[in-house]
Design a protein around this ligand. Sequence first.
Ligand SMILES: *[C@@H]1O[C@H](CO)[C@@H](O)[C@H](O)[C@H]1NC(C)=O
Ligand SMILES: [Ca+2]
Ligand SMILES: [Ca+2]
Length: 232
Amino acid sequence: MYLFVKCACVTVLGLNLLSVCLSLPQQQQQQQPDPSNQGAGEPHLKIEVLTHATDCPRKSKDSDILVIHYEGFYDNGTKFDSSRDRPGAIPFQFQLGVGQVIQGWEKGLLEMCQGEKRKLFVPSKLAYGEHGSGPVIAPNSDLVFEVELIQVHDGPKPPNVFKMIDIDNDDHLTKDEMSMYLARQAHAQGIPVDLAAKQQEKVLDNLFKFEDKDGDGKISHEEFSGPKHEEL
Ligand SMILES: *[C@@H]1O[C@H](CO)[C@@H](O)[C@H](O)[C@H]1NC(C)=O
Ligand SMILES: [Ca+2]
Ligand SMILES: [Ca+2]
């Protein structure tokens, strides 16, 4: 399942951001925003419904727990992963809308009915981007997934972390706001401020690398991958 988990730091934004980030490997990757992409049309996700559900009492929404079977393909059609090929063919379970999976899934598996099958064409930017993922996903890989929603049910409601960080309510998170949030979290968890301060720079850098997709130095509401909805 490691494939669908992003940076630990981002994954747990809503839960325990600081303490997990403190244990992140202290690697610094070079990532400059690509100026040639600024303002260009965002690559978009394409969703094709392969099988409609016969009966749909409920559609998936953010914070739901989804149980799915999936198959992942490179854009040349070669399969690189499948939940059905695992021992016991145990389906994959995750919570939607809280940053546990790639953006292509966060968006592509919304409003889905139990029993429905979809094919998702996910541009690299909404998958693993310019870093790729381990030896399996090369940098800048567009991916295709076939997903069957086996089951959907209510999940725990995450707090609106975006709002907690955005003190001035301008719908953007600055490094200062993020830094204050981290300090508050550190304080609340009894982490020594000294240690927090030392790690903070790295934590912020890593966070902004992943979250500030247009590289303008702020994380917009749309860019933010953590919990950010008032009512789910
Ligand atoms: C498809 O792409 C993957 C990843 O780039 C590569 O490993 C694989 O060999 C390719 N398969 C074919 C049939 O070209
Ligand atoms: Ca703000
Ligand atoms: Ca931004």
